[in-house]
Design a protein around this ligand. Structure first.
Ligand code: GDP
Ligand code: IMO
Ligand code: MG
Length: 428
């Protein structure tokens, strides 16, 4: 009856999509529990190359249900497009959407963009997908849930009043343009038409699977350091991307979770603003970004790049209770002469090993590095640990000891089977 959580240990884009597609072979259901189409999860398998924003990453497997759970905020237009792509590619996995997930409305998207403009130099660098404003309405108890789409007439009447109020906000406070209510009504009809067969009591489905001894993967979106409570606030997303969110975002009991796996890239990236102690700026940063092709899956923005930060990594591991690790993109380091791991920070002249909770403090931290030698040989596509060069093994064992958690999988390429299995994460 176990559930397995798979959570990003850094600032997102750790390779969750690739790993979940691989693990989902042994899952009866993959549950997306937080965020919305701010996420971009790349999957490359026998069916093609996909960037999933809302649909969970288990669609390649015929017996795996893909559940968009209550903790997610859904832009129905994006979801309709994505479901179409899944069908066009003949991906066999079933898709279901929780009645309790919230809808990202057109006014949320407008507000997200206008609020970013108003923040000026303190802009968060959001994805502009309406995520924050949709969660604000959820918490303010004025949000619209997917279940309401099942009665489009009633929903349209309700929206008349809501859109009036949102238009006042858009025009008077933010100097933006109003949302056209006729367009919103047309949207609702289109959403109902395309999505109603998928909307159901997903919480019951997940719990039934657990009661029947099935396996569930809890698919993390974003990363621990973007978590609303525990990340680098205010430079975070508006949902709980950590293990707590996996529970509230699906409606399963904590005792059902048998393993919590942290995914880390073998270096660090971040998109958007906020502190990043190990960031490599200037030409070195540009060189790595180009070589590693670090550009956002959702927005195409250049990702900031830097060395592996074990101070931040330990914080994530402890917060989530990671009991195993997946290290991705090892092959990206193949040509690097020297590889660094930040094992502690210097703050106000003192060495610290705990991740500061305050962003201003974090901004002042100077990383202290362990220098390791590179291996200057290809590991791309390697599937056997014994085939790895000695220096790569040393790099992995240093990460393991820095984080205090064993590595179960090492990913050596973007394709599903480009992976070294040291220990199984999910078994039947
Ligand atoms: P996610 O948001 O965590 O699912 O990650 P993204 O899909 O946004 O970004 C990860 C990128 O790395 C994608 O382009 C993947 O195809 C790619 N990727 C994943 N694992 C590996 C790996 O081991 N090696 C290489 N070279 N690319 C990888
Ligand atoms: P995946 O699931 C990387 C970042 C944005 C911004 C901040 C807030 O692909 O790892 P938001 O639009 O959520 O209000 O933006 O969070 N962000 C991500 N960065 N990967 C993601 O998802 C992200 N989702 C949000 O860049 O800094
Ligand atoms: Mg991504």
């Amino acid at each position: 009856m176990p559930a397995y959580a798979v959570i990003g240990g850094q600032w997102g884009d750790e390779g969750k999509g690739k790993v979940i597609d691989y693990l989902a072979k042994n899952a009866d259901l993959v549950a997306r529990y937080s965020g919305g189409n701010n996420a971009g999860h790349t999957v490359i398998n026998e069916h093609g190359n996909f960037a999933f924003h809302l649909v969970p990453c288990g669609t390649a497997w015929p017996n795996t249900v893909n559940a968009i759970c209550n903790g997610v905020v859904v832009d129905p237009n994006v979801l309709i497009e994505e479901i179409k792509k899944v069908h066009d590619a003949k991906l066999p996995g079933k898709i279901v959407i929780s009645t309790k997930s919230h809808i990202i409305m057109p006014y949320h998207i407008e507000l997200d963009k206008l609020q970013e403009i108003q923040r000026g130099s303190s802009a968060i660098g959001t994805t502009g997908r309406g995520i924050g404003p949709a969660y604000v309405d959820k918490v303010g108890r004025t949000g619209i849930r997917m279940g309401e789409l099942l009665d489009p007439k009633k929903l349209k009447a309700k929206l008349n009043d809501i859109v009036d109020k949102k238009n006042e906000l858009l025009i008077k406070i933010y100097g933006g343009s109003p949302i056209n209510i006729t367009d919103v009504h047309l949207n609702v009809d289109n959403w109902y038409e395309n999505l109603h067969p998928y909307i159901s009591n997903v919480e019951k489905k997940t719990n039934d699977i657990l009661n029947q001894d099935g396996n569930i993967i809890l698919e993390g979106a974003q990363g621990t350091l973007l978590d609303l409570d525990h990340g680098t606030y205010p430079y975070v997303t508006s949902s709980s991307s950590t293990i707590g969110g996996a529970i509230t975002g699906t409606g399963i009991a904590p005792k059902e979770i048998s393993k919590i796996t942290g995914i880390y890239k073998s270096y660090c990236t971040r998109v958007g603003s906020g502190p990043f102690p190990t960031e490599l700026t200037g030409s070195k940063g540009d060189e790595i970004r180009q070589q590693a092709q670090e550009f956002g899956t959702t927005t195409g923005r250049a990702r900031r790049v830097g060395w592996f930060d074990a101070v931040a990594g330990r914080f994530s591991a402890k917060l989530n209770g990671f009991d195993s690790l997946v290290i991705t993109r090892l092959d990206i380091l193949d040509e690097w002469e020297e590889i660094k791991i930040c094992s502690e920070y210097k703050l106000d002249g003192k060495i610290i090993t705990d991740f500061p909770t305050d962003v201003e403090q974090l901004d002042q931290c100077i990383p202290k590095y362990k220098n390791l030698s590179g291996w200057k040989t290809s590991t791309s596509g390697t599937t056997q640990y014994s085939d790895l060069p000695k220096q790569a093994k040393t790099y992995l064992s240093t990460l393991e000891s820095e984080l205090g958690v064993p590595i179960y999988l090492v990913s050596t390429g973007p394709k599903r089977n480009e992976v070294i299995t040291l220990n199984e994460i999910i078994t039947r």
